[in-house]
Design a protein around this ligand. Sequence first.
Ligand code: ATP
Length: 353
Amino acid sequence: MAKEKKGVRLEHISKIYKDPKSGKDFYAVQDTNLEIEPGSFVTLLGPSGCGKTTTLRMIAGFESPDEGEIYLGGEPINALTPNKRDTAMVFQSYALLPHYNIFDNVAYGLKLRKMDPEVIKSKVADILALVGLEGMENRMTNQLSGGQQQRVALARALVIEPGVLLFDEPLSNLDAKLRVSMRTEIRRIQQEAGITAVYVTHDQSEAMAISDKVIIMNKGVVEQVATPHEAYYYPKNKFVADFIGEANFIEATVVAQDMVQVDGVNLKCTTGTLSTGSRCDIVLRPEGAFLADEGDLSGLVEYSCFMGAYQDYHVRVGHNLVKIQEYNPKNKKIYNVGDKVFLNFEENTLYAL
Ligand code: ATP
């Protein structure tokens, strides 16, 4: 549906704001380099205030960078106003025209471009079918549910066939269940439209569910760009490991290539470029270990709770408190607080930083 899938490139982009409290300048975004492939779905992810929205708004042209250059489809765009950029934005607040019907909301951008009314009619009908609002042209937007309003907002953005679609926390105003179904819808629509999408969220499960790549930001800096799988299993640092899913960090020493030692016990662990003898932290996901009467590392159960899908444990191992989730507890031996246990690790789950 898009005229042309366009990539986005950020080269050494910085944005400086004045902190209203201290009056001092600070980097909301600092020296950011990004390459977003044409047709891909990427998500800017990170805690509140890390610079996600500022980055998105600089791509849209609502903010201008203080340093660096942004390219769209290989062309520099810093000097272009938002309406001259080949982008469209879907906002958290939907930004619909309340006293207009769906047709007029969706057709708005096409009318501004002075398109032939018959062409507009057919384009609007096509887009409404794509977003699941087929035949609803005459409904007033103030009579729609939140999810339907979000679909109209998406249709409005898509109908002008932008090279890149930008999303600023588009699902924040929806309830939890609808968020989950709408994110699947957004991904389907993006793939069917074959459009490049840049999406802002602070919800890591949302980012994991819809993205080809996640861009994890912290304090104005990009920490890692990776597929959700890479970010989960091979986080670049403790911040990423902690932000994407849950992580335990266990202090260890590298004793050989792909071997670490914890409390005198050798464990198989991916060590990457870490050198023998160096101190490291092992990243252990809660589902990456299980408890047994014998095994790799001894510990003491300090917490044990049935959660339905899994049994939740906290196990004291030396001075580390390790959180374990054992799935399908009905078929497993359950340990209680005070039990002496051994942690056993699933194949290929330990990863050292
Ligand atoms: P959130 O998830 O809360 O929306 P974010 O990651 O999108 O956060 P930004 O909105 O990009 O963060 O803001 C980055 C930093 O810049 C924050 O500290 C914010 O307070 C600050 N900031 C944003 N806009 C301005 C502005 N116009 N003037 C001054 N400071 C600003």
